[in-house]
Design a binder for this molecule. Structure first.
Ligand code: ATP
Length: 341
Protein backbone atom coordinates (compact mmCIF):
# COMPACT_ATOMS: atom_id res chain seq x y z
CA UNK A 1 0.00 0.00 0.00
CA UNK A 2 0.92 3.61 -0.51
CA UNK A 3 2.45 4.31 2.90
CA UNK A 4 2.62 8.11 2.54
CA UNK A 5 -0.96 9.06 1.96
CA UNK A 6 -4.42 7.64 1.28
CA UNK A 7 -5.37 7.06 -2.37
CA UNK A 8 -7.21 10.04 -3.82
CA UNK A 9 -10.30 8.77 -5.59
CA UNK A 10 -12.51 11.10 -7.63
CA UNK A 11 -16.12 9.89 -7.44
CA UNK A 12 -18.56 10.79 -10.25
CA UNK A 13 -21.91 9.08 -9.55
CA UNK A 14 -23.80 10.71 -12.48
CA UNK A 15 -27.51 10.06 -12.98
CA UNK A 16 -30.14 7.45 -12.10
CA UNK A 17 -28.82 4.33 -10.43
CA UNK A 18 -25.29 5.77 -10.61
CA UNK A 19 -26.34 7.69 -7.50
CA UNK A 20 -27.10 4.38 -5.76
CA UNK A 21 -24.47 1.88 -6.90
CA UNK A 22 -21.56 4.32 -6.54
CA UNK A 23 -22.18 5.37 -2.89
CA UNK A 24 -22.82 1.70 -2.06
CA UNK A 25 -19.47 0.73 -3.61
CA UNK A 26 -17.68 3.58 -1.80
CA UNK A 27 -19.04 2.11 1.48
CA UNK A 28 -17.60 -1.24 0.49
CA UNK A 29 -14.18 0.30 -0.23
CA UNK A 30 -14.31 2.07 3.14
CA UNK A 31 -14.84 -1.28 4.86
CA UNK A 32 -11.42 -2.56 3.74
CA UNK A 33 -8.99 -2.63 6.68
CA UNK A 34 -7.64 0.91 7.20
CA UNK A 35 -4.23 -0.40 8.22
CA UNK A 36 -3.95 -1.98 4.76
CA UNK A 37 -5.54 0.59 2.47
CA UNK A 38 -7.04 4.02 2.90
CA UNK A 39 -8.87 6.42 0.60
CA UNK A 40 -9.69 10.09 0.34
CA UNK A 41 -12.82 10.50 -1.79
CA UNK A 42 -13.65 13.72 -3.64
CA UNK A 43 -17.02 14.02 -5.33
CA UNK A 44 -18.21 15.89 -8.40
CA UNK A 45 -21.43 16.24 -10.33
CA UNK A 46 -21.66 15.18 -13.98
CA UNK A 47 -24.44 14.16 -16.33
CA UNK A 48 -27.94 15.12 -17.31
CA UNK A 49 -29.09 16.19 -13.85
CA UNK A 50 -26.06 18.47 -13.64
CA UNK A 51 -26.71 19.81 -17.17
CA UNK A 52 -30.24 20.81 -16.15
CA UNK A 53 -28.83 22.84 -13.25
CA UNK A 54 -25.70 24.28 -14.84
CA UNK A 55 -26.01 24.11 -18.65
CA UNK A 56 -23.14 21.62 -19.07
CA UNK A 57 -22.90 17.90 -18.31
CA UNK A 58 -19.18 18.20 -17.45
CA UNK A 59 -17.25 21.20 -16.21
CA UNK A 60 -13.53 21.71 -16.86
CA UNK A 61 -12.71 21.60 -13.12
CA UNK A 62 -13.92 17.99 -13.06
CA UNK A 63 -11.30 17.06 -15.65
CA UNK A 64 -8.67 18.63 -13.41
CA UNK A 65 -9.99 16.73 -10.38
CA UNK A 66 -9.76 13.42 -12.24
CA UNK A 67 -6.26 14.31 -13.43
CA UNK A 68 -5.18 15.10 -9.88
CA UNK A 69 -6.57 11.82 -8.50
CA UNK A 70 -4.98 8.40 -8.34
CA UNK A 71 -8.09 7.02 -10.06
CA UNK A 72 -11.77 7.82 -10.58
CA UNK A 73 -14.99 5.86 -10.12
CA UNK A 74 -17.76 6.74 -12.57
CA UNK A 75 -21.42 5.68 -12.30
CA UNK A 76 -23.75 6.19 -15.24
CA UNK A 77 -25.22 9.03 -17.25
CA UNK A 78 -28.67 9.47 -18.75
CA UNK A 79 -28.52 10.38 -22.43
CA UNK A 80 -31.40 12.75 -23.21
CA UNK A 81 -32.76 12.69 -26.78
CA UNK A 82 -32.26 15.66 -29.11
CA UNK A 83 -30.35 18.23 -27.08
CA UNK A 84 -27.79 19.75 -29.51
CA UNK A 85 -25.29 21.11 -26.94
CA UNK A 86 -25.37 17.98 -24.78
CA UNK A 87 -22.40 15.61 -25.14
CA UNK A 88 -21.40 12.22 -23.78
CA UNK A 89 -19.52 12.76 -20.53
CA UNK A 90 -17.57 9.54 -20.65
CA UNK A 91 -16.52 10.04 -24.29
CA UNK A 92 -15.38 13.60 -23.45
CA UNK A 93 -13.42 12.31 -20.45
CA UNK A 94 -11.76 9.62 -22.57
CA UNK A 95 -10.77 12.16 -25.24
CA UNK A 96 -9.61 14.99 -22.99
CA UNK A 97 -7.68 12.74 -20.61
CA UNK A 98 -6.35 10.56 -23.45
CA UNK A 99 -7.62 7.36 -21.83
CA UNK A 100 -6.57 5.19 -24.74
CA UNK A 101 -7.03 1.70 -23.26
CA UNK A 102 -10.50 0.40 -22.60
CA UNK A 103 -10.25 -2.77 -20.53
CA UNK A 104 -13.16 -5.16 -20.29
CA UNK A 105 -12.70 -8.33 -18.25
CA UNK A 106 -15.05 -11.31 -18.63
CA UNK A 107 -14.60 -13.95 -16.02
CA UNK A 108 -16.61 -16.84 -14.61
CA UNK A 109 -18.58 -16.04 -11.45
CA UNK A 110 -20.96 -18.58 -9.89
CA UNK A 111 -24.15 -17.31 -11.47
CA UNK A 112 -26.77 -19.12 -13.53
CA UNK A 113 -25.68 -19.61 -17.14
CA UNK A 114 -22.09 -18.38 -16.69
CA UNK A 115 -19.51 -20.34 -18.70
CA UNK A 116 -16.97 -22.08 -16.49
CA UNK A 117 -13.30 -21.59 -17.36
CA UNK A 118 -13.78 -18.18 -18.98
CA UNK A 119 -11.21 -15.61 -17.92
CA UNK A 120 -10.44 -13.07 -20.58
CA UNK A 121 -9.41 -9.45 -20.80
CA UNK A 122 -10.28 -7.38 -23.84
CA UNK A 123 -8.11 -4.35 -24.65
CA UNK A 124 -10.08 -2.02 -26.91
CA UNK A 125 -8.43 1.02 -28.48
CA UNK A 126 -10.46 3.90 -27.09
CA UNK A 127 -9.55 7.03 -29.08
CA UNK A 128 -9.50 6.40 -32.85
CA UNK A 129 -10.61 3.73 -35.37
CA UNK A 130 -14.12 4.12 -36.73
CA UNK A 131 -15.00 6.37 -33.78
CA UNK A 132 -12.64 9.04 -35.09
CA UNK A 133 -15.51 11.54 -35.14
CA UNK A 134 -14.57 12.49 -38.71
CA UNK A 135 -17.82 12.23 -40.65
CA UNK A 136 -19.48 14.06 -43.51
CA UNK A 137 -22.40 13.86 -45.85
CA UNK A 138 -21.79 14.60 -49.53
CA UNK A 139 -23.60 17.55 -51.17
CA UNK A 140 -26.30 15.36 -52.71
CA UNK A 141 -27.25 14.17 -49.22
CA UNK A 142 -27.16 10.55 -50.34
CA UNK A 143 -23.65 9.54 -49.34
CA UNK A 144 -22.37 9.57 -45.76
CA UNK A 145 -18.71 8.97 -44.98
CA UNK A 146 -16.96 8.12 -41.70
CA UNK A 147 -13.17 7.95 -41.67
CA UNK A 148 -11.52 5.04 -39.90
CA UNK A 149 -8.23 6.30 -38.48
CA UNK A 150 -5.54 3.87 -37.37
CA UNK A 151 -2.23 5.42 -36.36
CA UNK A 152 1.09 3.87 -35.42
CA UNK A 153 1.06 5.75 -32.12
CA UNK A 154 -2.50 4.67 -31.23
CA UNK A 155 -1.84 1.05 -32.24
CA UNK A 156 1.52 0.76 -30.52
CA UNK A 157 0.30 1.99 -27.18
CA UNK A 158 -2.81 -0.23 -26.99
CA UNK A 159 -0.96 -3.34 -28.21
CA UNK A 160 1.92 -2.69 -25.84
CA UNK A 161 -0.55 -2.18 -22.97
CA UNK A 162 -2.08 -5.58 -23.75
CA UNK A 163 1.33 -7.31 -23.76
CA UNK A 164 2.45 -5.54 -20.59
CA UNK A 165 -0.77 -6.61 -18.87
CA UNK A 166 -0.20 -10.19 -20.04
CA UNK A 167 3.37 -10.12 -18.73
CA UNK A 168 2.44 -8.64 -15.35
CA UNK A 169 -0.45 -11.04 -14.81
CA UNK A 170 1.29 -14.20 -16.10
CA UNK A 171 -1.14 -14.51 -18.98
CA UNK A 172 -0.10 -16.93 -21.72
CA UNK A 173 -1.55 -15.55 -24.94
CA UNK A 174 -2.43 -12.29 -26.70
CA UNK A 175 -4.91 -12.51 -29.60
CA UNK A 176 -4.96 -9.54 -31.98
CA UNK A 177 -8.33 -9.17 -33.71
CA UNK A 178 -8.56 -7.40 -37.10
CA UNK A 179 -10.15 -7.44 -40.54
CA UNK A 180 -6.97 -6.91 -42.51
CA UNK A 181 -8.17 -9.12 -45.37
CA UNK A 182 -10.65 -6.36 -46.29
CA UNK A 183 -9.40 -3.26 -44.44
CA UNK A 184 -5.97 -3.78 -45.96
CA UNK A 185 -4.46 -0.43 -45.13
CA UNK A 186 -5.88 0.43 -41.69
CA UNK A 187 -6.02 -3.04 -40.16
CA UNK A 188 -2.96 -4.05 -42.19
CA UNK A 189 -1.04 -1.45 -40.18
CA UNK A 190 -2.61 -2.51 -36.88
CA UNK A 191 -1.71 -6.15 -37.55
CA UNK A 192 1.85 -5.35 -38.64
CA UNK A 193 2.46 -3.34 -35.49
CA UNK A 194 1.11 -6.27 -33.44
CA UNK A 195 3.62 -8.58 -35.11
CA UNK A 196 6.46 -6.14 -34.42
CA UNK A 197 5.58 -5.70 -30.75
CA UNK A 198 4.96 -9.40 -30.16
CA UNK A 199 8.60 -10.12 -31.08
CA UNK A 200 9.65 -8.32 -27.87
CA UNK A 201 7.56 -10.68 -25.69
CA UNK A 202 8.89 -14.11 -26.48
CA UNK A 203 7.28 -15.80 -23.45
CA UNK A 204 3.75 -14.76 -24.53
CA UNK A 205 2.06 -16.56 -27.41
CA UNK A 206 0.80 -14.22 -30.13
CA UNK A 207 -2.10 -15.09 -32.36
CA UNK A 208 -4.06 -13.12 -34.97
CA UNK A 209 -7.72 -13.60 -35.72
CA UNK A 210 -10.18 -12.08 -38.17
CA UNK A 211 -13.03 -10.40 -36.32
CA UNK A 212 -15.86 -12.52 -37.76
CA UNK A 213 -14.04 -15.71 -36.78
CA UNK A 214 -13.49 -14.22 -33.32
CA UNK A 215 -17.20 -13.45 -32.92
CA UNK A 216 -17.95 -17.16 -33.44
CA UNK A 217 -15.05 -18.50 -31.40
CA UNK A 218 -16.01 -16.33 -28.41
CA UNK A 219 -19.26 -18.28 -28.20
CA UNK A 220 -17.84 -21.68 -29.22
CA UNK A 221 -14.70 -21.87 -27.09
CA UNK A 222 -14.20 -18.71 -25.01
CA UNK A 223 -11.99 -20.55 -22.53
CA UNK A 224 -9.30 -20.71 -25.25
CA UNK A 225 -8.75 -16.95 -25.09
CA UNK A 226 -6.73 -14.98 -22.63
CA UNK A 227 -5.86 -11.36 -23.55
CA UNK A 228 -7.53 -9.91 -26.67
CA UNK A 229 -6.46 -6.63 -28.28
CA UNK A 230 -8.38 -4.88 -31.00
CA UNK A 231 -9.52 -1.60 -32.54
CA UNK A 232 -12.33 0.62 -31.24
CA UNK A 233 -15.50 -0.64 -32.94
CA UNK A 234 -14.53 -4.33 -32.91
CA UNK A 235 -13.64 -4.05 -29.21
CA UNK A 236 -16.93 -2.33 -28.44
CA UNK A 237 -18.93 -5.16 -30.02
CA UNK A 238 -16.80 -8.11 -28.88
CA UNK A 239 -16.67 -6.93 -25.26
CA UNK A 240 -20.47 -6.74 -25.04
CA UNK A 241 -20.68 -10.17 -26.68
CA UNK A 242 -18.16 -11.56 -24.20
CA UNK A 243 -20.04 -10.10 -21.22
CA UNK A 244 -23.04 -12.29 -22.08
CA UNK A 245 -20.92 -15.38 -21.36
CA UNK A 246 -20.75 -14.52 -17.67
CA UNK A 247 -23.87 -12.80 -16.40
CA UNK A 248 -24.33 -9.96 -18.87
CA UNK A 249 -24.40 -6.28 -18.01
CA UNK A 250 -25.06 -6.91 -14.32
CA UNK A 251 -21.44 -8.08 -13.98
CA UNK A 252 -19.71 -6.06 -16.70
CA UNK A 253 -17.12 -3.55 -15.51
CA UNK A 254 -14.62 -1.52 -17.48
CA UNK A 255 -11.52 0.58 -17.07
CA UNK A 256 -10.51 3.58 -19.19
CA UNK A 257 -6.78 3.91 -18.74
CA UNK A 258 -4.22 6.43 -19.99
CA UNK A 259 -0.61 7.11 -19.09
CA UNK A 260 -1.46 9.41 -16.19
CA UNK A 261 -5.00 8.69 -15.04
CA UNK A 262 -7.77 6.14 -15.13
CA UNK A 263 -11.54 5.92 -14.74
CA UNK A 264 -13.42 2.77 -13.76
CA UNK A 265 -17.13 2.25 -14.41
CA UNK A 266 -19.92 -0.29 -14.70
CA UNK A 267 -20.91 -0.87 -18.33
CA UNK A 268 -24.66 -0.57 -17.72
CA UNK A 269 -26.50 2.74 -18.05
CA UNK A 270 -28.40 4.88 -15.56
CA UNK A 271 -31.52 2.63 -15.68
CA UNK A 272 -34.09 5.40 -15.16
CA UNK A 273 -36.85 2.76 -14.95
CA UNK A 274 -35.57 1.45 -11.60
CA UNK A 275 -33.74 4.53 -10.27
CA UNK A 276 -34.66 5.61 -6.74
CA UNK A 277 -36.08 2.20 -5.77
CA UNK A 278 -32.94 0.90 -4.09
CA UNK A 279 -33.00 -2.32 -6.12
CA UNK A 280 -30.14 -1.73 -8.58
CA UNK A 281 -27.60 -4.52 -8.90
CA UNK A 282 -24.28 -3.14 -7.57
CA UNK A 283 -22.04 -6.06 -8.66
CA UNK A 284 -20.81 -4.43 -11.90
CA UNK A 285 -19.73 -1.32 -9.98
CA UNK A 286 -18.14 -3.42 -7.24
CA UNK A 287 -16.14 -5.25 -9.93
CA UNK A 288 -15.16 -1.88 -11.43
CA UNK A 289 -13.82 -0.91 -7.99
CA UNK A 290 -11.94 -4.21 -7.87
CA UNK A 291 -10.35 -3.35 -11.25
CA UNK A 292 -9.41 0.03 -9.83
CA UNK A 293 -7.61 -1.65 -6.91
CA UNK A 294 -5.72 -3.90 -9.34
CA UNK A 295 -4.70 -0.79 -11.32
CA UNK A 296 -3.43 0.74 -8.05
CA UNK A 297 -1.39 -2.46 -7.51
CA UNK A 298 -3.49 -3.36 -4.47
CA UNK A 299 -4.01 -6.97 -5.44
CA UNK A 300 -4.62 -8.09 -1.83
CA UNK A 301 -7.57 -5.72 -1.39
CA UNK A 302 -8.85 -6.57 -4.88
CA UNK A 303 -8.78 -10.27 -3.97
CA UNK A 304 -10.74 -9.57 -0.77
CA UNK A 305 -13.51 -7.96 -2.82
CA UNK A 306 -13.41 -10.74 -5.39
CA UNK A 307 -13.70 -13.46 -2.73
CA UNK A 308 -16.59 -11.61 -1.07
CA UNK A 309 -18.40 -11.43 -4.44
CA UNK A 310 -17.84 -15.14 -5.13
CA UNK A 311 -19.00 -16.08 -1.61
CA UNK A 312 -22.14 -13.94 -1.85
CA UNK A 313 -23.07 -15.26 -5.29
CA UNK A 314 -22.66 -18.86 -4.12
CA UNK A 315 -25.40 -18.30 -1.54
CA UNK A 316 -27.57 -16.43 -4.05
CA UNK A 317 -27.24 -12.90 -2.76
CA UNK A 318 -28.96 -11.52 -5.85
CA UNK A 319 -30.98 -8.44 -6.78
CA UNK A 320 -34.42 -8.56 -8.35
CA UNK A 321 -33.40 -8.56 -12.03
CA UNK A 322 -31.25 -11.65 -11.31
CA UNK A 323 -34.18 -13.45 -9.71
CA UNK A 324 -33.27 -12.56 -6.10
CA UNK A 325 -34.83 -10.30 -3.51
CA UNK A 326 -31.83 -8.42 -2.11
CA UNK A 327 -31.74 -4.62 -2.28
CA UNK A 328 -28.61 -2.71 -3.30
CA UNK A 329 -27.69 -1.98 0.31
CA UNK A 330 -28.35 -5.56 1.43
CA UNK A 331 -25.93 -6.87 -1.23
CA UNK A 332 -23.29 -4.40 -0.03
CA UNK A 333 -23.91 -5.31 3.65
CA UNK A 334 -23.41 -8.95 2.73
CA UNK A 335 -20.14 -8.16 0.92
CA UNK A 336 -18.89 -6.03 3.82
CA UNK A 337 -19.68 -8.85 6.25
CA UNK A 338 -17.62 -11.24 4.13
CA UNK A 339 -14.70 -8.81 3.86
CA UNK A 340 -14.62 -8.50 7.65
CA UNK A 341 -14.85 -12.28 8.30
P1 ATP B 1 -29.38 4.97 -20.23
O1 ATP B 1 -30.20 6.04 -20.86
O2 ATP B 1 -28.63 5.47 -19.07
O3 ATP B 1 -28.51 4.21 -21.21
P2 ATP B 1 -31.14 2.61 -20.26
O4 ATP B 1 -32.24 2.17 -19.33
O5 ATP B 1 -31.49 2.89 -21.67
O6 ATP B 1 -30.40 3.87 -19.59
P3 ATP B 1 -29.47 0.66 -19.10
O7 ATP B 1 -29.33 1.55 -17.94
O8 ATP B 1 -28.26 -0.07 -19.55
O9 ATP B 1 -30.01 1.50 -20.32
O10 ATP B 1 -30.62 -0.36 -18.76
C1 ATP B 1 -31.15 -1.36 -19.64
C2 ATP B 1 -32.07 -2.24 -18.78
O11 ATP B 1 -31.29 -2.97 -17.84
C3 ATP B 1 -33.11 -1.45 -17.97
O12 ATP B 1 -34.33 -2.17 -17.92
C4 ATP B 1 -32.50 -1.37 -16.58
O13 ATP B 1 -33.45 -1.32 -15.55
C5 ATP B 1 -31.67 -2.67 -16.50
N1 ATP B 1 -30.47 -2.44 -15.68
C6 ATP B 1 -29.34 -1.80 -16.07
N2 ATP B 1 -28.45 -1.76 -15.09
C7 ATP B 1 -28.99 -2.40 -14.04
C8 ATP B 1 -28.56 -2.68 -12.71
N3 ATP B 1 -27.34 -2.32 -12.26
N4 ATP B 1 -29.41 -3.34 -11.88
C9 ATP B 1 -30.62 -3.73 -12.31
N5 ATP B 1 -31.10 -3.50 -13.57
C10 ATP B 1 -30.31 -2.84 -14.41
Amino acid sequence: MNAKRPYRICVLPGDGIGKEVIPATVMLLQSLPKNQIDFEFTYDEVGYGFYQKSGTPLKDETLEKVRASDAALFGAITTPPNIPDYFSVIIRLRQRLDLYSNLRPTRFYPIAGAREGVDLMIFRENTEGLYSGIERVEDDGNTAITERIITRKGSERIIRAAFEYAKKNSRKKVTLVHKANVLRESDGLFKRIGQEISSHYSSIRFEEMIVDAMAMRLIKDPENFDVIVTTNLFGDILSDEASMLCGGLGFAASGNIGDNCAIFEPVHGSAPDIAGKGIANPYATVLAAKMMLEYLDESGSAAKIDNAVIGALKVLVLTKELGGKYTTSQVIDELIKRIRE
